[in-house]
Design a protein around this ligand. Structure first.
Ligand SMILES: *Cc1c(COP(=O)(O)O)cnc(C)c1O
Length: 444
């Protein structure tokens, strides 16, 4: 399919940069006023709270399956960290206002990425459904640690759990499904890093490798799963469970800000920057933050200049049915977690009324931010994760972002902004790969 986006450029001039693969800010012209957003959403805060209640019910089980979570009683959570040193480094070279924070989902236990939130949740919910149906659990008040007995393993071993992934979702689903005894099958696109495939195989999952991009791996994996009635496909593009699992982070972040004495309100807004691939984990995060913080949250997604699938999906209204290749863009990026040429159904539909805007970032900058974070704070994260810094760093410099700030009267309260960068992956990266990443310099 060939798509002509030139016709939208006169109304939305930032699209010219997107088409030319230049870093830019695209303000979402379809965003609705705060009081109208929720009339257009299929679900909202109550659904996010229900997902959180599920996770609390699963917590004793999680502590049993993954002993590293026993000390937090099966609650999988990451730190909210203030990045004073990184902020000081940024201020040396850029205009910057407000306070810089990072949500350390790069450190989430078991999986080492944001995919722990949605992925573990969806596999456990599936296991719970089977256990209730097969009489292993009598009710939702039953003892969930029954799901880690040999009887449970034998039951689950008759079932398959499959997923299509560029890497981290596969790790999350593969590890959890295999740990419960399911036959775990992960369909991986060509950009998936070798260390991720090795890790999955070591954990007992089957890895199917494709020499094609995420769209194809996803489609083939889905078709493979549909052939088998005992197979369940975790669908990054349209799974409500995954999406709500990601959204629970906002409930936790709210408590973390409160515990740190950080006030968030309309005059002291939180700006959230989520690195986005299909828009599943990133969209879920943004959705949760809007549901929990309302008008006090401004939500931004960050995509590679070589893979700007979400603005393309929104502008054309084609969502999941359009690919960046339709406008002659490769979709290839060093940020493997962001290499999804088509956006999810959620990214297009659910985000449309609430998203504030999208930054696109050059691959070369990811490695600069990776070094900056390492030098200033001693933290290493995945290149995909580093996309988050494009937000606060360009917010006060990009002409379209400046216009957005002014149009929304945010320039007057710029010193009050709490910038929440979202580190989406990192702690499982092997040290030799971290070393390579720190020494990667790409042409701009
Ligand atoms: C999954 C992932 C993202 C964001 O991806 P979505 O496709 O929007 O869910 C970003 N960074 C990393 C490291 C990831 O694993």
């Amino acid at each position: 399919m060939k798509i002509d986006i030139d016709k939208y450029i006169s109304q939305q001039p930032a699209l010219a940069n997107i088409k030319d693969q230049k870093p830019t800010f695209w303000a979402n012209p379809y965003r609705l006023p705060e009081n109208e957003i929720w009339n257009h959403e299929e679900f909202g805060l109550a659904d996010v709270e229900a997902a959180e209640a599920d996770l609390e019910r699963y917590a004793p089980l999680i502590a049993k399956i993954f002993p590293e979570t026993a000390k937090t009683h099966g609650i999988i959570e990451s730190k909210l960290k203030k990045l004073d040193k990184m902020q000081a480094a940024v201020e040396k070279n850029h205009e910057f206002h407000g306070q810089l924070y990072m949500k350390m989902d790069s450190d989430l236990p078991v999986v080492g990425s944001i995919k722990a939130r949605g992925g573990i949740y969806e596999v456990l919910k599936h296991a719970e459904n089977i256990a209730l149906k097969e009489g292993l659990l009598f009710s939702k008040e039953d003892d969930y640690t029954k799901l880690v007995t040999p009887t449970a393993k034998k039951l689950f071993s008759q079932y398959k759990v499959q997923v299509g992934s560029t890497g981290n979702l596969g790790i999350s689903i593969g590890i959890t499904a295999a740990a419960l005894g399911f036959q775990a099958i992960v369909h991986m696109s060509y950009d998936a890093k070798k260390w991720k495939k090795d890790l999955l195989r070591a954990k007992g999952a089957k890895v199917v490798e494709y020499d094609t991009d995420f769209n194809t791996a996803l489609r083939k994996g889905r078709a493979e799963s549909e052939k088998d009635p005992k197979s369940y496909f975790v669908d990054d593009v349209k799974s409500k469970t995954l999406f709500l699992g990601y959204a629970t982070s906002a409930i936790r972040v709210k408590k973390q800000f409160e515990n740190q004495g950080v006030q968030i309100d309309k005059q002291h807004p939180v700006f959230v920057y989520s690195p986005a691939g299909v828009g599943g984990s990133s969209g879920g995060t943004a959705f949760g933050m809007k549901a929990v913080f309302g008008a006090a949250a401004h939500v931004f997604l960050i995509q590679p200049t070589t893979c700007p699938s979400i603005p393309l999906g929104m502008v054309t209204g084609l969502n999941n049915n359009v690919s960046v290749q339709d406008i002659g863009i490769s979709g290839k990026t060093e940020a493997d977690g962001l290499a999804c040429p088509s956006p999810s159904v959620f990214a297009g539909d659910f985000m449309k009324p609430m998203l504030d805007g999208i930054f696109t970032v050059a691959d070369a900058s990811l490695f600069d931010y990776l070094r900056e974070l390492h030098q200033s704070e001693g933290i290493t994260i995945e290149p995909s994760s580093c996309a988050t810094f494009e937000g606060p760093i360009k917010l006060f410099e990009d002409p379209f972002a400046k216009k957005y700030m002014k149009d929304n009267n945010l320039d007057k309260i710029e010193n009050n902004i709490i910038h929440l960068t979202w580190a989406t992956g990192g702690s499982m990266v092997p040290s030799e790969i971290n070393k390579q990443n720190l020494n990667t310099y790409l042409d701009k």
